[in-house]
Design a protein around this ligand. Sequence first.
Ligand code: SPQ
Length: 752
Amino acid sequence: MSEANTRVTTGPSAAPKLGRLVVIGLGLIGGSFAKGLRERGLCREVIGVDLDPESRRLAVELGVVDRCETDLATACAGAEVIQLAVPILAMEKLLAELAKLDLGQAVLTDVGSAKGNVVRAARLAFSGQDVRFVPGHPIAGSEQSGVEAANAQLFRRHKVILTPSEQSDEAALALVDALWRELGADVEHMDVEHHDQVLAATSHLPHLLAFTLVDSLAKRSENLEIFRYAAGGFRDFTRIAGSDPVMWHDIFLANREAVLRTLDVFRDDLDALRDAVDAGDGHQLLGVFTRARVAREHFGKILARRAYVDAMHSNDLIFVANPGGSLSGRIRVPGDKSISHRSIMLGSLAEGTTHVEGFLEGEDALATLQAFRDMGVVIEGPHHGRVTIHGVGLNGLKAPAGPLYMGNSGTSMRLLSGLLAAQPFDTTLTGDASLSKRPMNRVAKPLREMGAIIETAPEGRPPLTIKGGQRLTGMDYEMPMASAQVKSCLLLAGLYAAGRTAVTEPAPTRDHTERMLRGFGYPVTVDGSTASVESGHTLTATHIEVPADISSAAFFLVAGSIAENSELVLEHVGINPTRTGVIDILKLMGGDITLENQREVGGEPVADIRVRSAKLKGIDIPEDLVPLAIDEFPVLFVAASVAEGHTVLRGAEELRVKESDRIQVMADGLIALGVKAEPTPDGIIIDGGNSLGGGEVWAHGDHRIAMSFSVASLRATAPIRIHDCANVATSFPNFLALSAQVGIRVAEEGKS
Ligand code: SPQ
């Protein structure tokens, strides 16, 4: 048979056309493979081989194969693909028999659940011969077995792992890959050892546990009682104990080494859990259970391809914002992101149990939460904004097992670097593509001056590698830029540094860290523009009520101002004076905004904010308001675009190093919508007053840009399509729902 015979050719249905396919072993997997390819009309003939006459008869009767052969040589003569689907321990003998035949250019492949032993057996059987073997493993088993269970759809959306070696024939690999894809499988390539180790942990160990659990209970004298009262949990956990015993016996013997390694690790963990139960150590139990629960959700997301890391990069989540509308209603936007981060950090370092309400369940704050779980802190929730943190004290964090992943969150990375610089263990902080471009020298440099050892990627970018066990010394630091993150980072490092750590800021920035430290009973001195702490005190657990985030409310403050005939109340919004620049700027532009029911909750001022439509005018934005409205400028640019006259922003170069270059990205989008906008190095000049057109704009993965262009649609004349919006979930997971509730016509593309 010539090389050309095995090449995938494309027929009228764009499907590969093969000559003869032989499937040896007509069980569930072999039968489903044969049936799927046969039903798709991909092969001229599908021939089955099986030792069992009943299986051969059924295979023909059920349309799994065209016919069966009892003689291997007859079946394989002229075959293009031979699929080996026999039990894994029978593979060695089968390969030896095949090696005696003239297989021509036939491609051999298999479906064994462990790969190392099959690859070794093939090497032994075909030593010196030129064989085109592509080892494979479809992860699509089921408790059903036998050819009668063969299902042409079995592999749809299931993983198939191919484990080629460097010597593998490329055309053969491509052919086997294409066949599995034709059956709807997601094909991945992996090396053999890795495959066996991964499968030992994710498939073989769970089967072993299920078999043992059922057997162990079944052996006991009161077994009838146990099974009579067995509830859903038992049924879920032991479903796989109904799998084919012979097949699993084979798998454990075939993948012996990898299974033993995984089993030993598991046995240690089980012993630790037994000790915890014995000692009545509820803390340890809660730690394991909360971590497991989160990990399971995380895996669930990965399996459903919803992991936020992936979503941000592979899927372009598009918002479509339809023009016009007016706003009404009362809403509460989610909890403050800055305060949510800090509640987890300080709650973890406190002595005792801290209860948080109103916690932002957005991906940024969840990244911080996960980091502390990774460092051994037991954290329950979040559930409906409630989180319970079992603090470990200032010196109770444990070394995480791997790098701490901060996702998209600059606040997590910068604040944590201060804290971690003083821990006895090493850590690495990583982030997503956007965070990996943001400057970290602003924290790394002063921390090094305090004695920390920190490495960054070139130009001070993440990842950050922090060496533990350093003794930090307090210092007086004058910040070159107004940054609450830098200030907070150094104050957190100061909790551990010898002496006093003082940070002076060039302009006021948000002071949540200082306020919350005091809330936890830790003394902080604020003298003019200098905040300082001394080490040697402790944090005492407390109750935190997180107010609604003014940065999220800002989208509705602008929306309510620019949409005609609107009146909207935003409830329980944090109005910390270091955050209210957006209200001041909108009022200077003519906005109609009033604060009602002002009160103080847990050390932070809050109010209900009423906003009504107003005729806005352009202004020169006072520079002293810039740090107080730093995150709200994207949406303020939208306000400026519809305001009568010029708006000029200066002194805001920090906007260029946020999740995106917020000056350039907003200018590009506004210009695309027909606005006259001119970016400058430290700000922007916007010539407003005309209505906006519709069109395509890009959020560049920046949550605040995506939401700002959604608001712009209220004054647009045609729909605005906004690309790259997945990161809205970092700070405002229910933005679309709340927008719809009050009258902004924005939705994910394809959904109403
Ligand atoms: O956490 P991150 O990604 O840096 O988030 C942003 C945002 O828009 O949500 C900035 F891009 O908010 C920062 C803010 O700009 C949050 C923050 C804080 O919680 O301390 C402080 C500000 O940053 P900076 O650089 O001025 O300290």
